[in-house]
Design a protein around this ligand. Sequence first.
Ligand code: MTE
Ligand code: MO
Length: 384
Amino acid sequence: DPYSSDPKRHPVLRINSQKPFNAEPPPELLTDSYITPSAIFFKRNHLPVPQVDPASYRLHVEGLPGGVLTLSLEELKTRFPKHTITATLQCAGNRRSEMNQVKQVKGLNWGIAAISNATWSGARLRDVLLAAGYGPDVAKWACHVQFEGLDKDVTGTTYGSSIPLNKAVNEEGDVLLAYEMNGEDLPADHGYPVRVLVPGTVGARNVKWLGKIIVSAEESNSHWQQNDYKGFSPGTDWDTVDFKSAPAIQELPIQSAITTPADGAVVNRSGEEVTVKGYAWSGGGREVVRVDVSLDGGKTWQVAQLRSTEKEQAPKPSPPPGRAWAWKLWELTAPLPPEAQELEIVCKAVDNSYNMQPDTVPPIWNLRGVLSNAWHRVKVNIRE
Ligand code: MTE
Ligand code: MO
């Protein structure tokens, strides 16, 4: 069993698939802390977790005029400045289960918690590429930076993906070759000893157990870059889909969801108020500037309170424009509407480009169930 050496996992995780291991935390735990503890951070593996010996680990950087640069873990840590960012990772399939309710899609049936937030530390990819010979001449022919993981399927094919070269070399791109998560060595499930962390970009490009970096004129030709993680029209089906016709997902759209109360929960009339909590995030470093909450299915709206620190901490100033990599947690406490027996709680977020979420799923339904970001709705009963 190639999965026999997979690490132990926290029992609270909700498992979507055991082999490979795919799991998300219970939603209400997600908004208990601004920084998601690594043990409950969602886990999305396509293959068995590789066991990597830190002493013999080597990272290869290819495709630059200087030839191949090979770095040990020690060299990666000591030759380059250590940079730390707080960034949210979201799987393209987060909230896929809501698409399944409209019409069957292919993929893991994720709820609303295939998203988590952590601090990440490591060398800047930009610094490593510069050390490997990157310069303005390279940008004349190269457009992409490809990544290969050390995890392999039975045929020896490794997980891989790529990002645009611009994102990789931009001083404000903040792409890291991360060796720490939440102040500790990366856990095995999250890519020990090194993963690429591409803030603002879909989870799939954040390659774990990173073995190789290739600067190239072409995108990665891996299955996950070419024939997966792309969006299509609701009218496209498996007979007509042409994966070449759509771009690979990179930056993700605006997203928000309600983590508490849960769908079907009961609130007591005697409490007089209801507290609603959730998360909101947008891709590409766009900052969430507002979250609207409705208790009546979208007829009337109130503005939630946003937070970008742990509860007890003083508010942080906004990040520089285009570098809002981390989510906001939000909360609204409102009086229970006098006559209602049931609430349909809805949330929708707005980012600083005034992108907003679509109100329903059918117009964004797609056969792979990716990019599921309609207004999130939960129904709650009021007990008199
Ligand atoms: N990297 C490797 N090497 N193998 C993988 O299966 N899965 C990707 C990405 N990087 C994957 C990978 C996907 S689809 C996602 S959503 C994120 O890792 C999940 O990261 P996490 O498990 O740290 O939450
Ligand atoms: Mo993913």
